[in-house]
Design a binder for this molecule. Sequence first.
Ligand code: ARG
Length: 416
Amino acid sequence: MTEKIVLAYSGGLDTSVAIGWIHDATGADVIACAVDVGQGGEDLEVIRQRALDCGAVEAYIADARDEFAEEYCMQALKANSLYMDAYPNVSAISRPVIAKHLVAAAKKFGATTVAHGCTGKGNDQVRFEVSITSLAPELNCIAPVRDLALTRDKAIDYAERNNLPIETTKSNPFSIDQNVWGRAIETGFLEDIWNEPTKDVYSYTDDPAFPPVADEVVITFEQGVPVAIDGEKVTPLQAIEQMNRRAGAQGIGRIDIVEDRLVGIKSREVYEAPGAMALIEAHKELERVTLEREQARFKREVSDRWTDLVYDGQWFSPLKRSLDAFIDDTQRYVSGDIRMRLHGGRATVTGRRSDSGLYDFNLATYDEGDSFDQSNAKGFIEIYGLASKQSTARDEKFGNGPTFGDGSSLNAGSES
Ligand code: ARG
C-alpha cells in the first residue's frame, strides 16, 4: 500500500508546491489538511480545491475556530500571556491546535508522517513537531522547505513548469501568519531593524494617528473569560472578533519588537493583535480588583513561565498542564465588568465593578465610613521593619553603615 503523508496546507505557494515535491521525493500520497483558526482571507473551499488540483489525493478542512478561541486564546488571556512582555503568542498558540488536527487527519487516513511548511530557522517547526510527537509518538515529521531543499525559487520554478493553479508572480515581501488572536509579519525590509514599518504591513489595525471618535466598551468576564460585550452575550470567538474590529479601528495592538527565538536568533517581528491586547488589558485590571495580593504576585511568575513554555512549543507538556491548573484556579473570582475607552492606539480602563472583588470601599476611603483602624498601622510597621533595622545596626558595628553619595557616613557624629 502506498504510504500516506498529511501536509499542513495553507493554500500558499510553498505548501501547494510541497504536495508534488513530497510525492516526487518520497513516493507517498499527500493528504492536504487546512485548519481554520480564524485566519480569514481566502475561502477554504477554494483552498481545498487548489490542494486537489495540485495533486493531493485528499484535501481536508478542519474548522477549529471555536476550539482555538475557547481552549487556546482564552487560556492565553487568563495567563495575560505576553512573551518578552510584548508579544501575545499569536502564532505560538495556534501551532498546537493545528498539530492536533493534523494528527487527527493522520489517524483518519492512516498516514505515517506529517509534513509542514516551516523553514529550519524559526520557532514554528519546533512547535509543530514537538506537539505532533507529544500527541502521537508513532508519527514522523518532515518539513519539505527544510528537509527536502524546497527553496522559494525552486517553488516558483516547479509551479510554473507543472502549471499549478497558484499565483507565483504576486510575491509578498513578508512572511505572514495570522489567526483570530492576531497577525505576525516578518522578513523583507523589516529585517533592517532601523526601518519603520510601512502602512502596507498592517491589515488588522488602522493608523492610530488618525483615529475615529473614541469608542467606549464594557466587557463582562466570568471566571476570567469574556461572556458579554456591552451587555450582549458573546462566545469567546465572538468576543475576540468584535474586539478585533473595534480596537483595530482605533489602531490598538500594534507591536514592533526584536524577539528572542528558541533557536537562538534575534528577529524583528511586527504584530497586530487589537482584540487580544484590549482583552488582556481589561482582564489584567479585573485581576487587580479580584486577586489577593500574594496570589497575584505568584500568578505573574506562573504566567511568565507558562508564556515561555508555550512560546517554546511545550503546549502539551506536563508542566504546562500543571500551570494551567494553577491559572484556572486563580480565575475563580475573576468576574465582573470592565469599562474601557478605545482611542488612538490605546485601550484605557475607565471603570470596573465586581461582586466577587476584594476592593472594599470602607477600607479604602479617606472619607466618612472608614472601617480601617489606623492605630494598628504603627505596631505593624514596627515589626515589619524589625529585621532591616537589626541588620543596619550590625552594619554600623562593622563600619559598613549607610553613607551619602560622597562616601561620608550618614550616622557619623550622631550621638548614640
Ligand atoms: N516570531 C513569531 C513566533 O515565533 C511569529 C512567527 C510567525 N510565523 C510565520 N511563519 N511567519 O511566534
